[in-house]
Design a protein around this ligand. Structure first.
Ligand SMILES: *Cc1c(COP(=O)(O)O)cnc(C)c1O
Length: 384
């Protein structure tokens, strides 16, 4: 059956995956090889060298392209290596408009690596479309969107950004790490490129670092594969195998992440020690209507603050949880808890981080797929 016609769960399991032609093995083998024997010069089976192409990686690339409703996929050694590939498609003098509430590593590669090669980056509040339009000029080549954002769970209107990009003759790229293709399909909403930190929900088991790009544009795909091969930040066959296995349960995991997220978000909202809860599923969330329009569920990422806003109280909670693990990262089957002010956002001056809402008592949860009642019991004891 054609990829387009299959539904999400069927694609997650079957797209890109064929029984091994040599043995009939139902699972794509881990082709742990750097090179491929040629019958004679230039006569081979489609693979010459594993930086350029590897059968395990190729199966995964086709699978991720299919679940994102795209034509072409490429996998990289990390999410940041995927971002690196996108910016290398630009030229000195080109300008990028992005959100001021960006994943820290994305901000760092833009500002400390690519700015010195003459690419200019603008960071604006993307919930306000006029702020984006105000930065558009003849050099605008790329609009970079992240939605929902980390850790404040802001939502950017992808369709509206696609229109601005189109009007500016620029590309729209969306970091779809938090939502996953199960909940959000940026290409269908007008984006040109989708980017993933596969490390998070796609891998889903906290055992691989990987990135991916998906596009349906022949022009972008040619550049994407040229840079993937030329820069060489590819992912390994073993890791490709692990992620192929992870994606087979993406739809099942996401259903449970969403259910558990909703239960934990409501529990927190009703708790006397909790001040604000940031989760796009609440009708009171400032961008709830856009979230409802462009997402098929609200996920398991939740941030909250404490009454009194004391750093010490937040530290006690993250220390006292027993099922939630204190760690960076997100999107695995196990629940994680983090304190952005002293972990992911520690390098940002207090005044700066507080402007975006990262106050001293802010706690971020990646709600896993355990039993929700156990997670709520754990938070109950930690909060007391
Ligand atoms: C983790 C993350 C990245 C970076 O991905 P790596 O795999 O860690 O390189 C980019 N964007 C978002 C939203 C992330 O959460």
């Amino acid at each position: 059956m054609e990829n387009k016609k299959m539904r999400f769960g069927t694609k997650a399991i079957h797209a890109g995956v064929q029984p091994d032609p040599a043995t009939g093995a139902i699972m794509t083998p881990i082709y742990q090889t750097s090179t491929y024997v040629q019958e004679e010069v230039g006569v081979h089976k489609g693979f010459e060298y594993s930086r350029t192409g590897n059968p395990t990686r190729q199966a995964l690339e086709q699978n991720i392209a299919a679940i994102e409703n795209g034509k072409y996929g490429a996998c990289f050694g990390s999410g940041l290596a995927a971002i690196d590939c996108v910016i290398k498609m630009l030229n000195p003098g080109d300008e990028v408009i992005s959100t001021n509430d960006l994943y820290g590593g994305t901000y760092r590669i833009f500002n400390t690596i690519f700015a010195k090669y003459g690419i200019k980056f603008h960071f604006v509040g993307m919930e306000n479309i006029d702020e984006v339009k105000a930065k558009v000029n003849a050099n605008t080549k790329l609009i970079w969107v992240e939605t929902p954002t980390n850790p404040m769970m802001n939502i950017v209107d992808i369709e509206a950004m696609a229109q601005v990009a189109k009007g500016a003759n620029a590309w729209l790229a969306v970091d779809n790490t938090f939502a996953t293709p199960y909940l959000q399909s940026p290409l269908d909403l007008g984006a040109d490129i989708v980017m993933h930190s596969v490390t998070k929900y796609l891998g889903g088991h906290s055992d691989v670092v990987m990135g991916a790009l998906v596009t349906s544009s022949d022009e972008i795909a040619a550049e994407m594969y040229r840079i993937q091969n030329s820069s060489g930040a590819v992912t390994a066959p073993m890791d490709s195998f692990l992620v192929l296995r992870g994606i087979k349960t993406l739809h099942l995991r996401m259903q449970r992440h969403c259910e558990n997220g909703e239960k934990v978000a409501h529990f927190l909202k009703d708790h006397p020690k909790v001040d604000k809860v940031y989760w796009p599923g609440f009708t009171s969330h400032p961008n709830h209507e856009i979230a409802k329009k462009q997402m098929r569920g609200f996920g398991g990422m939740i941030s909250f603050t404490l009454k009194g806003n004391k750093m010490e109280d937040a530290h006690n909670i993250v220390k006292n949880v027993k099922i939630f693990c204190l760690a960076e990262s997100l999107g695995g089957v196990e629940s994680l808890i983090g304190h952005p002010a002293t972990m992911t956002h520690a390098s940002i001056p207090k005044e700066e981080r507080e402007k975006t809402g990262v106050v001293d008592s802010l706690i971020r949860l990646s709600v896993g797929v355990e039993d929700a009642e156990d997670l709520i019991d754990d938070l109950t004891q930690a909060l007391s």
